[in-house]
Design a protein around this ligand. Structure first.
Ligand code: URP
Ligand code: ZN
Ligand code: ZN
Length: 466
């Protein structure tokens, strides 16, 4: 089936131009000057709308076993919510826990996702135990399994933590096999000391989660990861969920030296704060317990993160979607903040929340598309299949209505959560139509997607390797 999208403004990192887009089956066939497309195909009128590549969210945790419970979105509910929000590709994290075989962890994640996803999906691999076997497995995953990125943790001792020697070995391996190392950069050993001291003083409320994870310990770990990557012959390093000005400064300095260092941030760090959300009265703040934590509004973090997005010191915006319900899940930490499962759900709202940055004059239209779709696709070996509107690319397209409005609420969202981290936020724009590989998932407010439509993406190497 072919479909001609007419009358819209196609947005790419290189510019925004009025153009018509022809879809043939699952791919984009051609782009025409307005009115120059063929007669015959069905027509989708995009007058007044931006025509953008489907969002690519490279940091989600559907069904993650974590903090004594499981992330509350399944691959089915989470990818459906993603589709509603204009995200047509996710890259989730398969997990190898300490003592487990990497291939078994990967097989378990395939079993969770296969046949259940509404949008296309790929996997990174979390290495919870770096040893001879898992290092060998890295090569095999890159060569045969379409998995070309590995997440390591400098935080969570006893859970996912790797020491510096393990990190260095994984980085050396990645340098050889072409993978990207993704780093959760917080000094978990020092944080655990601060957590124990806080609890001993009777400081048990959610805000102490943030106060025991100071920016200095994010910056120290970020700097250490950068130095370890340098020792590993400039292994490509991608810092995940960066939240602090000091950590951003470390990334920026490395990039100024031409180093192979990249970073992402997430909407929660651009909009929410330690005082207003994590410090909400009573136990309410548990909704916003995540790591790295929300930062103080009295410091420069949010201003610096927006600037980092403009300057490309922050290359990507992902969600780190890791939802837990308040009832029974976040409540596991009543009376002890260290037992609150870490994570915020937001896979449905990233495209909108970053568009609000365009409206507020903090981001250009082009940079919006680049940070939510094009760069994540390039970074993780999905480009040009994903992340761009170009002939030959998958027909993953969102019509975005700048005259629409979106109000974020638990009453209307589609994530499997009993609250919204962004409750009441108003966006001056709206996801109007969502197309995934030529199939219309959302149009005119009606959802037409189905589980099983989403296919596993066998990823190549990062476009940013040097
Ligand atoms: O709080 C978070 N970020 N939870 C998800 C796991 C992780 O560290 O990304
Ligand atoms: Zn993390
Ligand atoms: Zn995460």
């Amino acid at each position: 089936m072919s479909l001609l999208i007419t009358g819209g403004t196609v947005v790419a990192p290189t510019g925004a131009v009025p153009a018509d887009v022809l879809i043939d089956g699952e791919t984009i066939a051609a782009i025409f000057a307005p009115g120059r497309g063929p007669e015959g195909p069905d027509v989708l009128d995009a007058t007044g709308k931006y025509v953008i590549p489907g969002g690519v969210d490279v940091h989600t945790h559907m069904e993650l076993p974590f903090g004594g419970t499981h992330a509350s979105d399944t691959f089915e509910t989470g990818t459906r919510a993603a589709a509603y929000g204009g995200t047509t590709t996710i890259v989730d994290f398969a997990v190898q826990r300490t003592g487990e075989v990497v291939a078994d962890g990967l097989a378990a994640w395939h079993a969770k996702a296969e046949g259940n996803c509404h949008v296309d999906y790929g996997f990174h691999m979390i290495l919870g135990g770096v040893d001879d076997e898992s290092l060998k497995a890295m090569d095999q995953l890159v060569a045969d399994e379409g998995i070309s990125s590995f997440k390591l943790f400098m935080a969570y001792p006893g859970v996912f933590y790797s020491d510096d020697g393990q990190i260095l070995r994984a980085m050396q391996r990645a340098r050889d096999n072409g993978a990207v190392i993704m780093m959760h950069a917080e000094n978990g050993i020092a944080i655990d000391v601060l957590v124990r001291q806080a609890l001993a003083r009777g400081e048990t409320d959610p805000i102490y989660h943030g106060l025991t994870r100071p920016a200095a310990l994010e910056a120290e770990a970020t700097q250490r990861a950068i130095q370890l990557a340098s020792v590993a012959n400039d292994c490509p390093l991608y810092i995940v969920h960066l939240s602090a000005s000091e950590a951003l400064a470390a990334v920026a300095a490395a990039r100024d030296l031409g180093r192979n260092v990249f970073a992402e941030t997430c909407p929660q760090y651009l909009y929410l704060t330690l005082e207003d959300q994590l410090g909400a009265p009573g136990f309410e703040g548990a909704k916003w317990v995540c790591s790295t934590p929300l930062r103080s509004k009295h410091e420069s973090h949010q201003r610096d993160l927006w600037r980092g997005l403009r300057s490309n010191d922050l290359a990507v915006v992902s969600t780190d979607h890791c939802p837990f319900c308040f009832k029974d899940q976040k409540e596991l930490g009543l009376g002890d903040f260290s037992k609150i499962p870490n994570g915020i759900g937001g896979v449905e709202h990233r495209v909108d929340l970053l568009y609000q940055g365009v409206v507020d004059g903090k981001l250009s239209l082009q940079r919006w598309v680049e940070t939510i779709a094009t760069t994540p696709a390039r970074m993780f070996g999905l480009y040009p299949r994903k992340g761009i509107i170009a002939p030959g690319s998958d027909a993953d397209i969102v019509l975005y209505d700048p005259s629409g409005r979106t109000r974020i609420s638990v009453e209307t969202h589609h994530m499997n959560m009993d609250h919204s981290a962004f409750e009441g936020y108003e966006i001056a724009g709206k996801v109007d139509t969502v197309i995934s590989r030529g199939t219309i998932l959302l149009a005119g407010g009606a959802y037409h997607g189905r589980k099983g439509h989403g296919k596993f993406l066998h990823r190549g190497l990062s476009s940013y390797l040097n």
